[in-house]
Design a protein around this ligand. Structure first.
Ligand SMILES: [Zn+2]
Length: 292
């Protein structure tokens, strides 16, 4: 399981969330067989999704992060619930790129820099609430930081990392996010800047055995931070036969009737997030078409 931790400064003005997402990333590897750079991109988006999902309040609230900057990976989507459980897919998970000159995976090139990061929140209102901001680097953490600055006017620091091993498994992965809670305490900013400078990369800290609790508190050094809450989160798909039926119905009558007519044997529908297969007979498709 992954682990999510949140810590709050003594004056309540700074929140630091931290996640260990190694297990989540290894689940991504198992389900999607991604290239190493795709694993890093999907894993970073999921680490951010887990943290941001957990900032929602309601049990049925849902968050979707969608990023596409025209890179070789195509669109990457992460969906999260209010507990920080995530699931994701990538349009071209097998697309690969050479390492950057510094030896790092080229996540920015995989995602691309010409496009948007969209954040969609379904809070049980009539329509989901969607906002987007232009991609800054495609490295994802910077894009999340920029999203909060532009779309939500919340000063935010975000760091994400995924360390992929030679056998394509994930050695360490996670992230942290420090946010200023209004009314903003200007004095806290100096501490945060100093703390970020002193903190090593996320993957280095996790590889060194630092826990998400320790990382969350390091972000609040000098601000008398205390752990607010912590719990397990993981890669969790929400698909079901009923949801797949609803999706089929949403295609519309014409499309469904055509699908039924053209079907030779059962029609297979794959869940994009977990790869699970659902089968529908011709008769079932015709039955669903009646519900359109
Ligand atoms: Zn699924």
């Amino acid at each position: 399981m992954g682990k999510l931790v949140r810590a709050l400064s003594a004056d309540g003005s700074v929140l630091c969330s931290s996640v260990d997402a190694a297990d989540i990333c290894n689940e991504i590897v198992k389900i999607h067989s991604p290239s190493p750079v795709a694993t890093a991109a999907m894993g970073r988006l999921c680490a951010a999704g887990a943290i941001m999902g957990a900032l929602m309040k309601g049990e049925d609230d849902a968050l979707t992060l969608r990023i596409n900057g025209g890179g070789v990976g195509g669109t990457i989507v992460c969906a999260a619930d209010y507990m920080g459980n995530v699931r994701c897919y990538c349009e071209n998970p097998q697309a690969d790129l050479p390492l950057k000159e510094n030896g790092k995976l080229d996540v920015g090139g995989f995602v691309g820099r010409d496009g948007f990061l969209a954040v969609i929140r379904d809070l049980g209102l009539k329509e989901p609430y969607a906002t987007q901001s232009p991609i800054v680097s495609g490295e994802i953490a910077e894009d999340i930081t920029s999203y909060y600055a532009i779309s939500e006017q919340i000063p935010t620091v975000c760091a994400l990392g995924v360390l992929v091993d030679r056998d394509h498994s994930v050695k360490a992965a996670g992230g942290y996010m420090i946010q200023l809670v209004p009314p903003i305490n200007e004095a806290a900013i100096d501490f945060i800047e100093k703390n970020i400078k002193n903190m090593q990369s996320v993957t280095q800290m996790l590889s060194d055995g630092k826990t998400p609790e320790e990382i969350a508190l390091m972000g609040l050094e000098g601000l008398d931070g205390e752990i607010l809450d912590s719990w397990d989160c993981g890669y969790k798909c929400t698909c079901s036969r009923e949801r797949t039926q609803r999706m089929l119905i949403s295609l519309g009558k014409k499309e469904l009737v055509q699908l039924a007519e053209e079907a030779e044997g059962d029609t297979e529908v794959n869940c994009q997030f977990c790869g699970k297969k659902y089968y529908f007979s011709r008769q079932e498709l015709e039955e669903l078409a009646k519900n359109c």
